[in-house]
Design a protein around this ligand. Structure first.
Ligand code: SF4
Length: 322
């Protein structure tokens, strides 16, 4: 693994948990910038996150003994002190615990956070992110391999903070617009975007004729598709119920003839690989070696919404042959 020059910051305190999501947020906190007060719901979510960190720590403690597990272990890093959610001494492993129903929305930042927890802790040589589903407390472990790419990204964050400390400048924004701050659990959206003019979307271009006719057809067809999808969804639910009943009545991998219906329930193991992007982000897969398998295609997204002024065309199909 290539040697990386350590970043040296002044003794300012930056929160690694924030810096790993957005260095600018960590700088605002350090400087006491004006922040939005957390809502009761946001406070409850943070409390829940801490509870689930403790929940995971207790599981490790049951396996290794309470004295072998550190909850919110303090680790010194160039920006101050960070806290590793769970550190398992016999495994020399650091874990970041996230309580979430939508892991993919936060896994990228969580991987960087854990990479820093591993990188700055001299006693640590492995780790990962543990995702706890708050609905049923099921857990997924995403191991994080500290490779050059991740170390580089951790050090780049440190370098941005060092630059902010030395020059008084702010790191770049990671959000494109104020509402993106919600996903980053950032209370500084108003401060961060105060110097930018308020974005006002341009007025729509008013058109009539063929475009209006086709748009009217499209909005009606979209509604038809949604209704069809709803019907298909209901049918699939009922189908699963009936399959569930049949599963108890027939043997797998045998042919049946039942009231004129051929019936067979085949069982087999299907192997799939998912989360390739997450595997690259967590250091398990080499993005360069996977490059020949990367596919890009042009995509488009349609927005077709009926306004109050929309008048659907009368559905006159004339003489239908059915
Ligand atoms: S609003 Fe976005 S870019 Fe600005 S500090 Fe917060 S997370 Fe960073």
């Amino acid at each position: 693994m290539a040697a990386v020059e350590p970043v040296t910051l002044r003794a300012d305190e930056y929160r690694w948990s924030q810096a790993s999501r957005c260095p600018r947020m960590a700088v605002y906190t350090r400087r006491g910038a004006s922040a939005k007060t957390r809502t009761p719901r946001e406070q409850a979510l943070m409390h829940r996150g801490r509870m689930h960190g403790r929940f995971v720590a207790d599981q490790f403690a049951a396996k290794y003994g309470p004295e072998q597990v550190l909850f919110e272990k303090q680790v010194h890093w160039p920006g101050g002190t960070l806290h590793t959610d769970v550190y398992v001494i016999p495994e020399t492993a650091a874990f970041e615990v996230k309580s979430t129903t939508s892991p993919e929305s936060l896994i990228g930042a969580a991987i960087i956070q854990n990479a820093g927890e591993q990188h700055f802790d001299e006693t640590c040589d492995k780790g990962g992110v543990i995702l706890v589903d708050p609905i049923d407390l099921s857990e997924q472990v995403r191991p994080v391999v500290l490779n050059d790419e991740l170390i580089g990204r951790v050090e780049a964050i440190g370098a941005q903070l060092e630059h902010a400390t030395r020059t008084g400048c702010l790191p770049d924004r990671v959000c494109a617009k104020p509402s993106d701050a919600i996903g980053n659990l950032c209370p500084f959206a108003a401060t961060c975007f105060a110097d930018l003019p308020t974005y006002t979307p341009p007025d729509p271009i008013i058109v009539a004729g063929e475009v209006a006719r086709l748009a009217g057809e499209l909005v009606g067809l979209d509604a038809d598709v949604r209704a069809g999808e709803q019907a298909a969804s209901t049918a699939k639910t009922v189908r699963e119920e009936i399959r569930g009943e049949l599963r108890d009545l027939i043997e797998p991998n045998l042919d049946y003839l039942a009231g004129g219906v051929r019936l067979k329930r085949s069982t087999f193991t299907k192997t799939t690989y998912s989360g390739i992007a997450a595997g690259i982000a967590a250091g398990h897969l080499d993005a360069d070696r996977l490059e020949p398998y990367r596919n890009e295609s042009e995509q488009e997204r349609w927005t077709v919404t009926a306004t109050e002024a929309f008048e659907p065309a009368s559905e006159d199909y004339g003489d239908t042959p059915f």
